[in-house]
Design a protein around this ligand. Sequence first.
Ligand code: SF4
Length: 385
Amino acid sequence: MSDNQETIVMAAPMLNYQCNLKGCCCKGWGIPFKPEGVARLAGAMPADEAKERLNWGMEFFVNDKQEIERIELARLPPDDRCRFLEPEGQCEIHRRFGTDALPDLCINFPAVPYHTGQTIELHYEAVCPSVLDQLADPTVPYMPTALSAQEHPEIAIRARRPNKRPVMHLGQAQLQWPQMETLRNTVLTSLQDLQRPAIEHLCAISYAFGRLRQHGDPQRFEIRYDEPPEPFYDFLNTCAHAHSGLALIQLWPAFKRFVWDFDRDDPKLEHLEHWLDHWEEPLERWMIGQEPALRPLLVRFLAHRYFSAFVEVRGELIFAYGSIPHAHALALRVAAALSGALERPTDVGIMKAALGFADYIYRGLKIPVSSLPWFEPPEADTGAQ
Ligand code: SF4
């Protein structure tokens, strides 16, 4: 690790992160190993065993230069699991050969390391239920913390091979990393206020970024809470309607393995598709009154998303802030639909599942965020000079 990789920046609550050891991220989806990760895995095993266990069911994906970008290993029935995942949920490679034998993704997940130029940042993916557990517990304020890689080897191992950060554009403005950090700290400082509903925070932050996209001057970035909310709420409503119930219900089976707070196979969830199309009624009936209890999780989830600025799409890092209102709106819709189907008020467990599902759709499935509309403040409220 070189000098400038000795400081790791991460969100303070993630210092308490611990995997639930239930194997939920090792099944149900294509696991994109890098070629060197597969080579490391093969090298750890006796040669005969490596030949027998790796010499079948390998799918190679190449980039524009015809270089192998990733390898996916055929998964096993009945639950589409990695061939090395043991029935009790433990990884056989980890158990037999230790952490160093694992592909990077298996060591890092749910953290993704990024090089900022000065430090390595670790961003944690909220599809992981143990990440959501940390967001639901407001004990540790959601702010960045810097730590020494030497003093935290268990965290430094996740930061060993960082991604390069991308160029960040906001409308006309191209942001340098120090500017980006300042903007982000302004947002995170606002989000320390857990007394204010998440939707008011999101409205004020969306106005602030909307104005920045128009005037392009990071020094004039300002989060205010006095702008008319209606245009933003109209935008959020459009975001919530972006997917059909049919499209969402087709993605739910692959996601639900991350749900541990309620019975994900409850027969009542057979009607989930109906409620995904008719979510306004359970939103009124089951969710609105629960907002104070859900507020810390929702506000801290926003902080988590604004802390994690990037998402990887087809091997390229994309600046991801444009997707945050979309994911928030979708999470509210899904939580309302889950409450409608389960016939009970939206609690923190339901909201965690909904936030994880929205994160899975907007980050896990890697929808190109450049294709999503951003909130545009009405001209009169831009503050442009
Ligand atoms: S190799 Fe181990 S950690 Fe990696 S996906 Fe397979 S079971 Fe999970």
